[in-house]
Design a protein around this ligand. Structure first.
Ligand code: EPS
Length: 384
């Protein structure tokens, strides 16, 4: 399975082509559009989100409400295109002056150097996190596929602007419910109130915030990924997929960085035979050992830096004159951590779906279900 996206932030729209989804997966378009809306409407997003009401148009790969095994192409219109038709005209010169004052922390300057561009707009239009709407659509299709195998992927926000959610001792089911009811995907209503205050404050200051989110994949079978080659390790694939979301600067699996200070005897998840099954007493490895899923929940965290588009702009150099200047201002978000979490769910869903297919094969959902059942039966017979 693979997918690629195309589209600029203020262009006509976004396109995604997702290849390799088995035939026979029920295509619930309402669910896909719900996922797109979930990504958009969190507290702390900017005015652009008042313009866009993302929804997909199906171009190919689906017939009669089911996937048919051919590439799935989805289109998401940019409503803002109406306001950018001239600036973003594919064939005629833009009436706008080139942007030459790059924002520190954004792709602007590195991208301009890469493409030897004298107008940052050529860079920012594709570097924009608008592209993640297309990933969310692809991920939603993967979620529909995984749902058929009883695999669920979801996430929550751990921290915004240095304020951590406190949910110690809370059961997974309760976390899920709290997160569902929250405006910022928080498992802790107290933290959510503080986050909102901090977001309002940052908004007033013309500043931005970052944070941390968590992702969990439930009911993933053992045996996905492999230690036999560096690029087949599941943890590596997941880290790359989540790290590729704009703004992400760190990913950890399981207890991740805090494992560094534990003793080996404290860190490992001991294995016991309980209720006629081999289980682990803890899950500090985050469901992956030796680059392979071990049947426990797959758990990971990602750090998002603060958004680099500031209303109180930072120092920069105008590369048309080499004079000191300030970074240009666009509308922007104050925080996008909950949105990035939804995109993270999409990316993890894609990787798990791809690796399920790699392990179990099959062109149809029917074969995949059968192959999964027979593999799990064999695992249980041999290892409980
Ligand atoms: C973004 C800047 C803002 C965000 C945008 C990502 O857009 P604009 O420049 O049009 O105000 O709202 O995010 C989206 C459009 C989206 O769909 O998430 C950026 O520079 O990355």
């Amino acid at each position: 399975m693979r997918f690629i996206t195309a589209g600029e932030s203020h262009g006509k729209g976004l396109m995604v082509i997702l290849e390799g989804v088995p035939a026979g997966v029920p295509f619930d378009i309402l669910f896909i559009n719900q996922e797109l809306r979930r990504r958009q409407k969190f507290f702390g997003r900017g005015d652009r989100m008042k313009i866009e009401e993302d929804e997909v148009e199906v171009i190919s790969g689906v017939r009669g409400g089911e996937t048919i095994g051919s590439p799935i192409a989805l289109w998401i219109k940019n409503r803002d295109w109406e306001n950018w038709k001239e600036v973003m005209d594919p064939l005629n010169p833009s009436p706008a002056s080139p942007l030459t004052t790059p924002r520190p922390g954004h792709a602007d300057l590195a991208g301009a150097m890469k493409f030897l561009s004298c107008d940052i707009r050529n860079i920012l239009e594709r570097a924009s996190a608008r592209e993640t709407a297309a990933r969310t659509a692809a991920g939603a299709v993967c979620k529909l596929f995984l749902r058929e195998l009883n695999i669920e992927i979801w996430g929550w926000v751990e921290e915004i602007g240095g304020i951590k959610a406190d949910y110690e001792g809370m059961e997974k089911r309760e976390i899920k419910k709290k997160v569902k009811d929250s405006e910022l995907l928080s498992p802790d209503p107290e933290a959510e109130k503080k986050w909102k205050e901090k977001i309002k404050w940052a908004m007033k200051e013309g500043d931005t915030l970052g944070g941390v989110f968590s992702l969990i994949a439930e009911n993933v079978p053992p045996g996905l990924g492999s230690y036999t080659q560096w690029d087949l390790r599941l943890d590596g694939m997941l880290a790359q997929a989540v790290m590729s979301i704009p703004g992400i600067k760190g990913v950890e699996i399981g207890e991740g960085f805090s494992l560094s200070s534990m003793l080996g005897s404290e860190a490992m998840d001991e294995i016991v035979y309980k209720g006629k099954r081999i289980v682990r007493l803890t899950n500090r490895m985050g469901g992956i050992e030796g680059g392979i899923s071990n049947g426990e929940d797959i758990v990971l965290k990602a750090v998002m830096k603060p958004i680099p588009t500031l209303r109180k702009p930072l120092k920069t150099i105008d590369f048309s004159s080499f004079k000191e200047s300030v970074a240009f201002r666009e509308r922007g978000d104050v925080v996008a951590v909950p949105s990035a979490c939804v995109v993270g769910e999409a990316m993890v869903s894609f990787i798990i779906a791809r690796e399920i297919k790699r392990k179990l094969g099959g062109d149809t959902l029917f074969e995949l279900k059968r192959n999964l059942a027979s593999f799990l039966k064999e695992v249980r017979k041999r290892y409980g």
